[in-house]
Design a protein around this ligand. Structure first.
Ligand code: BGC
Length: 301
């Protein structure tokens, strides 16, 4: 069972300072009791625009150091392709570049221990419709399998990995695929006050509580787990969380409930995230939101 947390330090600031900070945050997460870290990386910002679409050696070396640090600490590690916005906007034009990035990553990581999992793409959306994504993910998986037959590969559905899109996800027949979803429902609760969501300030003050709200989560995650089980696959909940401007008690309740339902359904989980505005840890003051940490790692409700 994975009890994990996303660490966004590399996605946002992939320089030497970002890597150093990421290593420090990995240790903070591990000491608290998380056993898994998901490390979003915006590889596309460091890959050439033309064939062979080479990924810059400097970023590869930085990520290697962080990944090996986490693996060496006994953590399960997910590395993904994060914020590849050009691909979402122009799937045909960026296809070769996407596949070339995976060719380089899969070759590079093929000798790492099983604890490393690779995730093809964070939150497909926009012009990456279900049919386009289904075709592209099969090609990308072929590229990975050309180097590494046994690596666990996470693949999520369109609509930003929303579980409601699972029925439109076609997966190749491969027992080492792990379907992944992101859970942010109700969106106006989890994303209240999020600066990048137009109108999100109007949602401030939205509470979350009650039997109907709890049953909705239960039904959503039961359906997702059932979808994966019908294919003989486990399910990974790669992101779930609530913005820190939400009412604290509702935020804690929601996180505790989603985690409890996930664990009851045998779903591995990874909170979004450790130390951004969805975080459970304040890196400036180096203090935990204790009730939220308890909701994640204390005894389940
Ligand atoms: C995005 C973050 C965002 C989070 C919650 C992630 O996939 O990369 O920028 O804060 O989802 O919406």
């Amino acid at each position: 069972m994975c009890r994990g947390v996303n660490i966004a330090a590399l996605a946002d600031a992939p320089g030497r300072d970002g890597a150093r900070r990421c290593v420090r945050l990995i240790d903070v997460a591990r000491v608290a009791g998380f056993d898994t870290v998901r490390l979003p990386v915006r590889w596309s910002a460091h890959a050439g625009e033309r064939r062979p679409y080479a990924v810059a050696p400097a970023i590869l070396a930085l990520v290697d150091g962080v990944v090996d640090h986490a693996l060496g600490r006994g953590l399960t590690v997910v590395v993904n392709v994060h914020h590849f916005d050009e691909l979402q906007a122009d799937p045909d034009g960026q296809r070769d570049r996407f596949l070339a990035i995976w060719d380089q990553l899969a070759r590079r990581y093929r000798d790492r221990p099983d604890g490393l999992m690779l995730e093809l793409l964070n939150e497909p959306r926009d012009r990456l419709t279900a049919s386009r994504w289904n075709a592209l993910l099969a090609e990308a998986l072929d590229v990975v399998r050309g180097h590494d037959r046994d690596r666990r590969v996470l693949i999520g559905p369109v609509d930003l990995n929303d579980p409601g899109a699972l029925p439109r996800l076609d997966l190749p027949d491969d027992a080492r695929i792990v379907p992944t979803i992101h859970y942010y429902r109700p969106f106006d609760f989890t994303h209240q006050g999020a600066g990048w969501e137009p109108g999100a300030d109007r949602w401030l003050g939205t509470e979350w509580d009650g039997d109907a709200a709890r049953e909705r989560v239960e039904a959503d995650l039961a359906a997702a787990a059932g979808w994966a089980a019908a294919r003989g696959l486990p399910l990974f909940l790669g992101e779930f969380g609530v913005h820190d401007r939400a009412p604290a008690e509702s935020r804690r309740r929601w996180v505790a409930w989603v985690r409890a339902v996930a664990e009851r359904r045998g779903i591995d989980w990874c909170h979004w995230d450790l130390a951004t505005d969805f975080g459970v840890y304040d890196d400036r003051t180096r203090t935990w939101d204790r009730p939220l940490l308890e909701a994640l790692l204390g005894s389940a409700s």
